[in-house]
Design a protein around this ligand. Structure first.
Ligand code: MN
Length: 225
């Protein structure tokens, strides 16, 4: 009896130890600021619906989609470069989760202003000036027909480029035309701006610059090199 109980206790402890050692590969991080923190540029109602319903649904559906596949326990960074091998549910929800997680973190109520340091120099080198960069990024965001994302990315050789992707695709995926590491992303799905801006996607893009978290983008640039 005593032995049986010890065995059960030991099994339970082993189970706990395993659970503790397995950091969840997929996690739904808290929004790094309040829903109303980006006002007036992005309104509280849009933020609440976008984060707690849209992003949450992508995350929950991704967890379900990878369950029982060899992708279970893998990180998003491991999943994205082999996305073409998996069903659309993993592409759409995996991209949906990765893209929104990045999007929340590259914005801040203390955002705006100008990039600094090596990133600022590289933006000037790649696009001519910060103003020209904003113009080209806006163009990419405006001309993405339907739903998708605009990106500032780091290429394999360390250079910067602007691109856009449809739906929830992103430049880490092996299905896009030009691959790279995204360091800044803008969601141009209507759910990201329609309540406040209706059909005026351009006004939403212009407002975005007031909340860009440049120190975070610079940190992602450094890490990508
Ligand atoms: Mn979205």
């Amino acid at each position: 009896m005593k032995t049986a109980l010890s065995l059960i206790a030991a099994a339970m402890l082993t189970g706990l130890a395993l659970a503790n050692n397995q950091a969840p590969a997929l996690k739904f991080d808290p929004l790094p600021y309040a829903y109303n923190a980006l006002e007036p540029h992005i309104d509280a109602q849009t933020m609440e619906i976008h984060y707690s319903r849209h992003h949450r649904a992508y995350f929950n559906n991704l967890v379900k989609a990878v369950e029982g596949t060899p992708l279970a326990g893998k990180s998003l960074e491991e999943i994205m470069p082999q996305i073409s091998k998996w069903p659309d549910a993993i592409r759409n929800n995996g991209g949906g989760h990765y893209n929104h997680d990045l999007f929340w973190k590259v914005m801040s109520p203390k955002g705006g202003g100008l990039p600094k340091g090596p990133l600022a120099k590289q933006i000037d080198a790649a696009f001519g000036s910060f103003e020209k960069f904003k113009e080209l990024f806006k163009q990419a965001a405006l001309t993405r027909f339907g739903s998708g994302w605009a990106w500032l990315c780091v290429a394999d050789d360390g250079s910067l480029f602007i691109t856009s992707t449809p739906n929830q695709d992103n430049p880490l995926m092996d299905v896009v035309e030009k691959r790279g590491t995204p360091i800044l992303g803008l969601d141009v799905w209507e759910h990201a701006y329609y309540l406040k801006y209706q059909n005026l996607r351009g006004a939403y893009i212009d407002a975005f610059w007031n909340v860009v978290n440049w120190p975070e983008v610079a940190a992602r640039y450094k890490k990508a090199l």
